[in-house]
Design a protein around this ligand. Structure first.
Ligand SMILES: *[C@@H]1O[C@H](CO)[C@@H](O)[C@H](O)[C@H]1NC(C)=O
Length: 121
């Protein structure tokens, strides 16, 4: 009965969110993973998946006005549906969350004419 309820919950969530169930055989696999926790609570993690996604993050507690504040920097990349690899870097901390394209990659920022057509109706 518990299993049936879980199944029903998943079906309901997928229906409400209009999500397709993930075929686990086709889902990207994690090909490398690393996590390091230092004695001072700073951490580093990185992973890469079989479809070329990559994420790295370093978190460090820095002292500001006597308070320990988490300061994070990281980067991630993935290949978008258009086949173009996107790469970003980010920081998070007392000044908020900031993400920016990694400048080592050229972005094609022309807007697809079909998108404009669909917006105009
Ligand atoms: C904490 O330890 C890591 C690894 O040794 C170091 O890189 C980092 O600077 C340290 N953080 C502080 C706030 O000292």
């Amino acid at each position: 009965m518990k299993l049936n309820l879980s199944f029903l919950t998943i079906i309901t969530c997928c229906h409400v969110l209009n999500l397709q169930p993930i075929n686990i055989d086709e889902a990207p696999q994690i090909v490398s993973y690393e996590f390091v926790q230092h004695p001072n609570s700073s951490y580093y993690y990185a992973y890469e998946t079989s479809d070329g996604q990559e994420k790295k993050e370093f978190g460090n507690f820095i002292e500001i006005n006597g308070n320990k504040v988490l300061s994070v920097e990281g980067s991630y990349r993935f290949t978008a549906d258009d086949g173009v690899e996107r790469k970003f870097k980010y920081t998070a901390g007392v000044n908020g969350f900031h993400v920016e394209p990694d400048n080592s990659i050229e972005f094609d920022d022309r807007i697809d004419p079909n998108i404009i057509k669909s917006l105009l109706g």
